[in-house]
Ligand binder design. Structure first.
Ligand code: HEC
Length: 116
């Protein structure tokens, strides 16, 4: 049986590089951050996050809830808030039925990269 490792490995590396380029065109994201910030900006605007939040990068000036520029929320926490919303710290709708998992990752990547 022939060992395929030398031929398979470059393929895997090349695939990973292609995938990384697809996920974040022209932009290097920190480890553990998934999603496309440019697409996420559109989600942020279209979903109406600006009604409640301030976020400079989106031109958002909402004052009902926290200023995301100041909060500098961790990526995983952004995902949790957008997915489930909150009823204990004020009211933020859960977006899991309105947005796809990809849209939630995109909007989280946008909020994260524009505040870190
Ligand atoms: C109806 C008002 C409202 C809307 C719309 C809204 N939020 Fe929120 N959001 C809140 C409230 C209230 C909280 C919890 C208290 C706080 O942080 O001000 C919160 C918390 C957050 C947090 C956690 C902040 C932290 O570090 O504690 C993030 C991140 C966030 N929202 C992002 C979003 C995004 C992205 C959208 C759009 C998809 C959105 N929010 C839409 C009201 C809203």
């Amino acid at each position: 049986m022939q060992d395929l490792t030398p031929r398979v490995l470059p393929c895997v590396l090349c695939f990973a590089a292609a995938l990384a380029a697809l996920v974040a065109p022209g932009q290097a994201l920190a480890a553990g951050i998934a999603g496309n910030p440019a697409a996420g900006k559109k989600v942020f605007v279209a979903t109406g996050c600006a009604t409640c939040h301030t976020l400079k990068a989106a031109g958002a000036k909402g004052v009902v809830a926290s200023n995301l520029d100041k909060k500098k929320t961790a990526y995983a926490k952004i995902i949790t808030f957008v997915t489930n919303g909150t009823t204990t710290k004020g009211i933020m709708p859960a977006y899991k039925t309105q947005l796809s998992a990809k849209q939630i990752r995109d909007v989280a990547a946008f909020v994260y990269t524009s505040t870190h």
